[in-house]
Design a protein around this ligand. Structure first.
Ligand code: SF4
Length: 292
């Protein structure tokens, strides 16, 4: 099986079999994102996808595969009937699979009826990774996310009602220097309303060729410092109320690694942030891979 272009997956899908059901991202206009810029979006044919699944199933390690991740950027854009054919093939060919996951935009989730989402869950779709990025509508408009915070909340609540776990990603520093507090408070409000199974912050990284990179170079967007990023996460943790959500800042882009369960572990995580800020013990900027 050959992959088309660079394939991305969440850190927690590191051990999953990755199957491309789409190529690229149907939205592909977020101002900070360069992940699928080289790809022209298309939904792969069922014949291609089923051929990949069949080919890999002959691998001697296939019986040990427990998780499958449907790539690329927003597999839920596919028609539900086609996703059901894929999920059925996964369970037929890989009896050891316990969970299937995918990225999903709020737009795609809202386009599907609850009945469709329940059928997908019954067929094995266990978790959807939603890139919410921020809960502030001005920021979402600026980054060209294509949805409002209210729509993202609605999408998350819909997944919850349908029994599909949600992992929500937010981006530290996305509001720049002028919106540290607004961004943090809006993220806390969003996670409180969604109460997802998982939530995490990445740190804003910018790559040449993206609109936000140009904004930084030309002085229209002021990036925040590691201290301000810690302030932002502190404000978030002091204002979020989402019992049971597993919270992490353990991506390669994060300056301080946090891991805990809301709300119980908030005091311990705040203590760790305080300590990092006092000692300036941050993971090195260059380690984040940011090109600026
Ligand atoms: S929806 Fe996700 S993958 Fe698509 S452009 Fe936005 S951030 Fe990138």
């Amino acid at each position: 099986m050959d992959y088309e272009g660079i394939v991305y997956r969440p850190p927690s899908e590191a051990r999953s079999l990755i199957i491309q059901v789409t190529i690229g991202c149907a939205h592909n206009t977020c101002g900070f994102c360069n992940m699928y810029k080289e790809k022209k979006f298309r939904i792969r044919s069922l014949a291609e996808i089923l051929a990949d699944l069949t080919e890999v199933s002959h691998n001697p390690y296939a019986p040990y595969i427990e998780k499958v991740f449907l790539a690329d950027g927003d597999a839920l854009v596919m028609k539900t009937e086609d996703l059901l054919v894929i999920l059925d093939a996964i369970h037929r060919l890989y009896p050891g699979v316990k969970r299937v996951a995918s990225y999903g935009t709020a737009q795609d989730i809202l386009r599907k009826s609850e009945e469709e989402l329940i059928r997908l869950r019954e067929a094995g779709l266990g978790i959807v990774y939603v890139g919410a990025e921020s809960g502030d509508n001005e920021i979402l408009k600026y980054i060209n996310k294509g949805v409002t915070a209210e729509q993202t909340i609605e999408a998350g609540q819909k997944l919850k009602r349908c029994g599909i776990a949600t992992s929500v990603t937010l981006i530290s520093g996305l509001g720049g220097r002028s919106k540290v507090e607004e961004h943090a408070l809006s993220c806390a409000k969003l996670i409180t309303a969604m109460n997802p199974e998982y939530a995490s912050f990445l740190t804003l990284r910018l790559y040449e060729g993206t609109p936000m990179y140009a904004d930084v170079v030309e002085g229209r967007f002021q990036r925040i410092t590691p201290d301000e990023i810690v302030d932002e996460i502190e404000i978030f943790l002091k204002n979020v109320d989402s019992p049971g959500t597993v919270f992490r800042t353990n991506h390669a882009s994060n300056y301080v690694i946090l891991a805990g369960t809301l709300n119980g572990d908030i005091p311990a995580m705040l203590k760790k942030l305080e300590e990092a800020k006092r000692t300036h013990h941050y993971r090195k900027f260059r380690e984040t891979g940011d090109l600026l």
